[in-house]
Design a protein. Structure first.
Length: 279
């Protein structure tokens, strides 16, 4: 029998149908977003300990939908991953990011490293290595300015594909960072299997370090381990001086977060760097 009320069987949930419908509409729009020039990029600088110099920038995609307004990447990136649109987005982001930074004479000269977020499905198929190489082809210099930020789930879902492509790119100088570090379930194994140079402490840890002693200890342990393994550590989502102070005391040397700079379009980045250099 079909149960009613708070029973175990849900017969019909109107909110589910509604949600599925919204997602398929969003997906429909996303398919046209690139060709209709609705995607753009913002750049968030990362800083060394004294905040005087930029150590790198992370490229983040933005979708300005004509009716919906700004759609957050947390909403459309997973959708793109599920429906085979992520490669198109990654290619757009890498090519556009490199072009914008070169056009404004930022890359190499003022920005020693640019980081792109990549997904598991970016490493699917035999053509994926060539795709990355093609995306980097416009670079006039050393490929070690490029860093790919990989989440653990991406690394593990598609370990074989990831490993094959990463090893080729790594030989050409490209660096690899493990994103959202600490939130996955076998971070250490990922570190063993891939040529990882940097880990990014997830912002959920950083947020609580000043009022949760457990998180503070975890962060301390991550930093000690990274040091022993000669990994660079970037703390992400740093919002307060108290967080920054704790992280510095524990030996963290790179910082990213609203305390230092929000993600910004390339024009603002130019001004930001000019001001930084004048200080
Ligand atoms: P992520 O890679 O962990 O990126 C960091 C996110 O934290 C960004 O959100 C950034 O704007 C935000 N953030 C930076 N500093 C602070 C801070 O001090 N406080 C707080 N609360 N947040 C801060 P965003 O841009 O909304 O991106 C969300 C996620 O979407 C990213 O998380 C990344 O996983 C994904 N994403 C963004 N752009 C791309 C892309 O081009 N390709 C792929 N595959 N994923 C992307
Ligand atoms: Ca990232
Ligand atoms: Ca993160
Ligand atoms: Ca993330």
């Amino acid at each position: 029998a079909k149960s009613r009320g708070p029973g175990r069987y849900k017969v019909y949930d109107p909110s589910y149908g509604e949600l599925a419908n919204q997602r398929s509409l969003l997906l429909y729009d996303l398919r046209h977003a690139i060709s209709q020039r609705q995607l753009s990029l913002v750049y968030q600088p990362q800083f060394c300990t004294d905040a005087q110099a930029i150590t790198g920038v992370e490229v983040l995609v933005r979708w300005h939908h004509p009716q919906r307004g700004l759609v957050p990447p947390d909403q459309f990136i997973p959708l793109a991953e599920q429906h085979g649109l992520i490669c198109q987005i990654t290619d757009f982001v890498m090519q556009t990011g490199i072009r914008e930074l070169l056009e404004h004479q930022l890359l190499y000269k003022h920005i020693p490293r640019v980081s792109f977020n990549v997904s598991a499905t970016d490493f699917n198929g035999s053509g994926s290595c060539d795709r990355f190489i093609k995306n980097l082809a416009e670079l006039p210099g050393d490929w070690s300015v490029i860093e790919l930020e990989l989440t653990e789930s991406a690394a593990l879902i598609n370990l074989e594909g990831v490993k094959r492509v990463i090893e080729v790119l790594h030989d050409k100088g490209v660096q690899v960072s493990l994103d959202d570090f600490g939130t996955g379930y076998s971070s250490l194994n990922t570190l063993r299997l891939l040529p990882i140079k940097e880990v990014k402490i997830d912002q959920s840890f950083v947020q609580d370090i000043t009022n949760n002693s457990q998180d503070a200890k975890l962060v301390r342990t991550i930093l000690a381990m990274a040091k022993a393994l000669h990994l660079r550590v970037v703390a992400e989502g740093v919002e307060t001086h108290a967080q920054a102070t704790y992280l510095k005391r524990e030996g963290c040397e790179e910082f990213q977060g609203y305390l230092y700079a929000r993600p910004m379009p390339v024009k603002n980045l130019v001004t930001f760097i000019e001001n930084l250099n004048q200080r």
